[in-house]
Write a protein that binds this ligand. Structure first.
Ligand SMILES: [Ca+2]
Ligand SMILES: [Ca+2]
Length: 557
């Protein structure tokens, strides 16, 4: 799993002094005598505010705060539920402890309809405890609101998690999450774990981060993340597209775990700890993305054969970290990290350049000169490629570091226009519209626009129609309006790419041509065919009568 980022504050694992502890003893009694907690059987009810920690030593009870608060002095656990089962805490404000509610080695803890605020470590910390239910609470201005650690089968529903330093941290825990509103936290959401079973969470889009849905996808194929995403995780998925997004203020920008053959393009990760963390992720492409103001731009563990190309990694602690991850192509990126550009273990072997003259990456701390050129950098004259490799370790280096930030090569190639097709494709009746479709592509800078120009007869001027792109067929199409009688219609197609290159498809100079036939011609043609048919039938009968006068068929008639 990746380095824990948020759990930085040292935990002081002590309670406040004994005089500030209220016990619910295993026999059900409350100590000290006079503490404002009334109980009838397994129901415990606060009768006043409590300035103490409450140490729960009894199972199968419900503690009703009854609208009162319990408040600490910045230390201890507000409710200490160590080794408890089936304990419910409800209707209580829990403020200013080290940890508001602490559950460890417990099960079936219910935290319902509380306000948990101003706790200096965690609002709720659950460690190694099964089946916690955290429902309809408000967590505000805690250091970290909710942390689940090695705690499977938990349920987080209907909570408001606002204005904490960190919102929800899931570490090797499986959860079902519905209708949680996570808003205004420095780090809103974090998921960590190194086994697939720890990552198969059920988190739907009813959960929002700063008003945008969480897309936590498991077992998906051939889909694209919608444009309103507030958080993106892909788990055990293939052929997913993530593009044109800006993702901010979570632990991860886009999380890829056990996911392959997916494309991340033009995604900005801003103020996340990890831009694009990858765990057991292979054959993915991450391109034209930007990662700013985080700890790690890219982070790869057990991830191979990915293409990390043409990205900008700016103002991070480290550009890319590689752990047991080989065969990745990492090139044409710009590395502007403030501490280090690459952290890699010795077992990871990766490709850091695209040969000469395409080159490698731009490194802001490259110190080499550019006086020479050529594949061996031994020819006089500079070439914008460093004369010496950028060293990473003994087995990894960028042989052709770029002296300037990478920019795509200039597009000098016009778009490709394939042969157009049109219907009706033969002569068309009066005022009949004609639909034209054509495939136009441009690999370098993409197609900007496609225009169909048509003219009538020998006219010298053309009428231009901007063709429409059909998202389903991926073809450009347009309708030429119906034309008058006995007109010859010629058309051609021109296209521009985004670099301003133009291509024309005019059927090798002959244009595409069809003729408009007047309707009376069609009626005449039809009449002619009918008359001709009648004549033939008549002639055949006559022929039969002449040649076989005693044919049985005639006798029967
Ligand atoms: Ca050079
Ligand atoms: Ca082009």
């Amino acid at each position: 799993m990746f380095a824990a980022f948020i759990v930085a504050a040292p935990l002081k694992l002590f309670a406040t002094s004994d005089s500030n502890v209220v016990y619910i003893r295993p026999d059900g009694s409350v100590e000290p005598v006079g503490a404002p907690i009334e109980h009838i059987g397994d129901l415990y009810k606060l009768a006043d505010n409590v300035s103490a920690v409450i140490l729960v030593q009894k199972n199968n009870i419900l503690i009703d705060g009854n609208g009162y608060w319990i408040k600490g002095d910045g230390a201890g656990y507000g409710f200490d539920l160590t080794s408890r089962s089936n304990v419910t805490i409800t209707n209580c404000t829990i403020a200013n402890f080290l940890i508001g509610i602490h559950a460890y080695l417990s099960m079936d803890i219910f935290v319902i309809n509380n306000h948990i605020t101003l706790n200096v470590g965690f609002g709720l910390q659950v460690i190694s405890s099964n089946r916690s239910s955290v429902i309809d609470n408000e967590f505000t201005t805690n250091s970290k609101a909710i942390s689940l650690n090695w705690s499977p089968e938990s349920n987080l529903s209907g909570n408001l998690i606002a204005d904490n330093y960190a919102g929800i941290l899931l570490t090797s825990s499986t959860v079902t999450m519905k209708n949680n509103t996570i808003i205004g936290n420095r780090y809103n959401f974090a998921v960590e774990g190194d086994q697939i079973s720890h990552l198969m969470n059920d988190i739907d889009t009813s959960n929002t981060i700063n008003g945008k849905p969480i897309y936590y996808w498991t077992n998906k194929q051939n889909m694209e993340i919608p444009p309103d995403a507030g958080y993106v995780a892909l788990v055990n998925s293939t052929y997913i597209t993530v593009k044109d997004l800006t993702l901010t203020n979570n632990n991860e920008g886009v999380l890829l775990c056990f996911t392959s053959n997916s494309i991340i393009k033009n995604v900005t990760s801003l103020n996340n700890n990890y831009g694009f963390p990858m765990l057991w992720a292979s054959n993915n492409t991450i391109t034209e993305c930007k990662m700013e103001m985080g700890d790690y731009g890219f982070w790869l563990m057990y991830s191979s054969n990915n293409s990390i190309v043409a990205n900008k990694i700016i103002n991070n602690y480290c550009g890319v970290q590689l752990i047991k991850s080989s065969g990745n192509k990492i090139l044409h990126n710009d590395f502007f990290s403030y501490e280090k550009q690459v952290e890699t273990d010795w077992s990871s072997l990766n490709v850091w350049d695209d040969g000469y003259p395409s080159g490698g990456n731009h490194w802001s701390d490259y110190v080499g000169a550019d006086l020479y050129s050529g594949p061996y950098q031994n020819l006089t004259g500079s070439d914008d490629i460093g004369d010496t490799p950028y060293p990473i370790n003994a087995d990894n280096k960028d042989n052709y570091p770029l002296m300037e930030p990478w920019s795509p090569p200039e597009d000098k190639t016009p778009p490709t226009i394939e042969t157009a097709s049109y219907t009706p494709s033969e002569d068309v009746p009066l005022n009949q519209e004609v639909t034209v479709t054509v495939n136009v592509t441009d690999t370098e800078s993409e197609v900007k626009n496609v225009t169909l120009s048509y003219k009538l007869g020998n006219a010298t001027s053309w009428t231009d129609l901007l063709m429409n792109y059909n998202e389903t067929s991926h073809l450009y199409e347009i309708i030429i309006p119906g034309q008058p009688n006995q007109t010859s219609v010629s058309f051609k197609i021109t296209a521009f790419d985004n670099a301003g290159n133009m291509a024309t498809e005019d059927n090798a100079g002959k244009y595409y041509v069809y003729n408009v036939i007047p309707e009376f011609t069609l009626i005449a043609l039809l009449s002619f065919i009918i008359i001709l048919t009648l004549i033939i039938v008549y002639a055949k009968r006559k022929s039969v009568d002449t040649k076989s006068p005693s044919a049985p068929v005639r006798k029967c008639a």
